[in-house]
Design a protein around this ligand. Sequence first.
Ligand SMILES: [Zn+2]
Length: 157
Amino acid sequence: MSKRELGPYPGLRYAHMVSKDVHSSHVVRRFALYPIDIERPEKGRRVEALECGSCQKPLKFKVLSVAATRSRRRAWLVLGVAGVAVALGFGVAIFEVGGRVVEEGASNPVGPLALGFLAGFLSGIVGLSYWLYEDGVRGPGSPLISIGAHALRWPPS
Ligand SMILES: [Zn+2]
């Protein structure tokens, strides 16, 4: 995936929401995409403001160095894989416990196991999606959730 390669400038774009059409079953948002013209620092992070190309509002961005971005990606991957492993472990346990007969009055052991499964499952999803989207850029919104007029977006490939 070429868009995940780390160049001197972020591959992620910032987006200004141009329009929002609310349909009965879904919402269509249109964005104008602009490059984030902030060079990655040698190391650490660089904080700079850019003027939005659509509304001229100052937008603050934090851009991480290549090394820092790589280690973020690794951390997300570790979280994602660990989450999936935890979910699988709890899944197997639920399957085993679920087949057993629980004595009357005893608490159902599946409840806490289901919580563990859910926690692992969610960290797996969050970790793996951020692993895919991480570009070492923090700004208005995130590439995963966009609320408000500005967001971070990958350009369509
Ligand atoms: Zn704007």
